[in-house]
Write a protein that binds this ligand. Structure first.
Ligand SMILES: [Mg+2]
Length: 208
């Protein structure tokens, strides 16, 4: 009943965290040129469904290419502008983008760090939750690699694997030996979002 819930709990929202490369855009290795950023089919429509359901969409991406000196920070800004533009053309948007630029063996000193934000670490998820009033335990993390799933479990969110990007190969060759397993495997982001929205609906029905 409503009066049993603490006010704090009511203010925290579930979110959908999305990995970038291989989940939103075509896996092309390092996106070291703007031309290498290509949205995967169905991604904009899937994100639009989350927008329409008023579920915050948060991108969390490891970009060690910065640390390795493969591309400058300006390119990352341009790539994310392109992403936002391509999504906007189809009426979709992401609410925030969190980037880990670090690597312990970075060429550039400012990025050389054994950080707590490079997935499978949870630093960026915890930061997003604090800044955006999110409830990680009711959130979902969607990605194409086990590092995404591990970070999900470590922050008590629900892990979802997509078979785009590295997903199909990792599901076949990496996944079977892993302690962490996805709660759902979708062929792509559209399938993942369809499942997430169904979970969210059934939770809301239980709450009502
Ligand atoms: Mg990925």
């Amino acid at each position: 009943m409503a009066q049993d819930q603490s006010p704090l709990k009511n203010t925290l929202r579930p979110a959908v965290f999305l990995d970038r490369d291989g989940t939103i855009n075509e896996q092309m290795g390092y996106i070291n040129h703007i031309s290498r950023f290509q949205l995967l089919p169905g991604v904009a429509a899937a994100i639009k469904k989350l927008n329409e359901a008023h579920i915050p969409v948060v991108v969390v991406t490891n970009q060690s290419g910065l640390a390795r000196g493969y591309f400058p920070e300006e390119l990352l800004v341009d790539v994310h502008e392109k992403m936002k533009q391509l999504l906007a053309e189809q009426g979709a948007h992401v609410d925030n983008i969190y980037i880990c630029p670090h690597h312990p063996e970075a060429q550039k000193e400012q990025y050389r760090l054994a950080c707590n934000c490079r997935k499978p670490k949870t630093g960026l998820f915890i930061q997003a939750a604090a800044e955006m009033d999110l409830d990680l335990s009711r959130s979902f993390v969607v990605g194409d690699r086990w590092s995404d799933l591990k970070s999900a479990v470590a922050c008590h969110a629900t892990p979802v694997l997509v078979l785009t990007g590295y997903g199909r190969g990792d599901a076949q060759y990496i996944g079977p030996g892993q302690e962490v397993q996805p709660s759902f495997v979708g062929v792509d982001l559209a399938a993942a979002v369809q499942w997430i929205l169904a979970q969210n609906d059934s939770r809301q029905n239980k709450d009502n």
